[in-house]
Write a protein of this length. Structure first.
Length: 445
């Protein structure tokens, strides 16, 4: 403990905590007082401490307690009327406050790994040991919240030094072996902050990446790391890093970061920017767009295997599956100089989601053909406008006009929608005339 006292950096960081919104700062002070009443030590930990020191916005509040973290979380839930979910295995509780704030409260703990890549066994421990179990030094800094020591920094492992040096450093040599997901997190933080991996960390990461440890991760754990990395503000360099370290093989052994794939991935930010600017109400799954771009040259067999490996949801799988040959066929048709009716554009795009449209744009941006890109944008704008068009007539109306129910309803209503989209008809009366004249119903209803 004396060694710990000599190592930790004791200074008042009230000015750092004041970077939090006032209501969050007030809440932390109140929780510090509550911890005093309960006779436990309470700390703010994790990414929020790192980002406060970096002067970056991050209002996710993760707390840890030297004592019974779950009992303290129950006390907080009762005091503030918050919802409470308890995860006994990890001695952690998650609170949902009435104002929407989410907060994790954990017991300070040590972790041990029965074998690499499996979830750890945890035991209560001191704050010193709790910080040592974390992934990197920059994430192993705590701030005490008890009233008499509010804002005091605990930094036993040189986290602030590495923040100043813009360095990513693991805390011990077995870090990547214990938890291979840290390989992806190292890349994510490296690119997010523009930091460098410390020399020994680079060597340890490369050694772990060269093994098959990542293959032992469950699909959901691998999915979480890949999609979190792809959710970064600009993940292009991180994806290139995955290719450089030959980590894409854990999605599929035939998935390669070729020059052509790299051009499409690199074009995604520009395509996304245009789409979001033009269609502000569109909710794009950005990580899935990057996954589509990464696999856009792969065969359907490779894509299907990758979807299974990552345990993607049905919606995610449908998007990623559409990112290959079909997108290529659509792109070729929409960028040819020949005439294409609005209804034809509609039929080409009708079963694709917005993520596929962003991929279309990225592929065309990567082709560096200004005229064809402009034509594609025109078609996409027209399609988004036209997909709100509906026919006035329904199947019930067709039945009233004398048609027997059956598969022909879909055909007739489809042709009617095409005529609407192409501007051939604009009213219900014109729809009825169209149905009677074009589909052999003259003289009926």
């Amino acid at each position: 403990m004396l060694q710990w006292r000599a190592m930790k950096h004791r200074m008042n960081q009230n000015d750092v905590l004041r970077r939090l919104p006032q209501e969050r700062l007030s809440l932390l002070r109140e929780l510090g007082n509550l911890a005093d009443e309960g006779g436990v030590s309470l700390y703010l930990v994790g990414g929020v401490v790192r980002d406060l020191l970096l002067k970056r916005e991050n209002w996710d509040l993760d707390l840890t307690v030297e004592g019974d973290g779950i009992a303290f979380a129950q006390l907080v839930a009762d005091r503030y009327g918050a919802g409470l979910a308890v995860f006994e295995r990890f001695a952690t509780a998650r609170l949902a406050f009435p104002d929407g704030l989410k907060m994790d409260i954990a017991t300070t703990r040590r972790e041990s790994y029965a074998q690499p890549a499996v979830l750890p066994t945890v035991q209560p421990a001191s704050i010193e040991e709790d910080l040592f179990r974390r992934d990197f030094t920059i994430n192993a800094i705590a701030m005490q919240l008890n009233s008499g020591k509010f804002g005091r920094v605990l930094d036993a492992y040189g986290g602030q030094r590495d923040l100043r040096a813009r360095t990513i450093r693991v805390l011990h040599a077995g870090s990547f072996q214990d938890d291979p997901t840290r390989i992806f997190r190292a890349i994510r933080f490296e690119q997010r902050f523009g930091f460098c991996l410390e020399r020994t960390t680079v060597r340890l990461l490369a050694q772990a990446a060269a093994t098959n440890l990542i293959q032992q991760l469950s699909g959901p754990r691998l999915q979480n790391e890949i999609l979190s990395l792809f959710a970064e503000h600009d993940p292009v360099r991180a994806i290139a890093r995955l290719g450089q370290l030959k980590l894409l093989r854990f999605l599929h052994h035939r998935l390669c970061y070729t020059t052509k794939v790299k051009r499409v991935v690199t074009a995604v930010p520009k395509a996304l920017a245009w789409w979001v600017r033009r269609f502000q109400d569109s909710a794009i799954d950005r990580p899935i767009v990057y996954l589509m771009a990464l696999s856009n040259e792969s065969s359907s067999v490779v894509v299907a295997a990758m979807i299974r490996r990552l345990a993607l949801s049905r919606e995610q799988a449908k998007n990623v599956s559409a990112g290959g040959r079909r997108v290529d066929r659509v792109l070729k048709r929409l960028t040819n100089k020949g005439p294409v009716r609005p209804s034809q554009v509609y039929r080409l795009l009708a079963n694709l989601r917005d993520e596929a449209f962003v991929l279309l744009l990225a592929k065309q941006v990567s082709a560096q053909h200004v005229v064809r890109l402009s034509l594609l944008k025109q078609h996409l704008v027209a399609y988004v406008k036209n997909r709100a068009i509906k026919t006035a007539l329904t199947g019930r109306d067709l039945q009233a006009m004398g048609l027997q129910p059956g598969p022909q309803y879909k055909t007739i209503l489809g042709k009617l929608l095409d005529a609407r989209i192409d501007g051939m008809i604009t009213t219900e009366a014109e729809e009825r005339v169209f149905v009677r004249k074009r589909l052999g119903l003259a003289g009926r209803g």
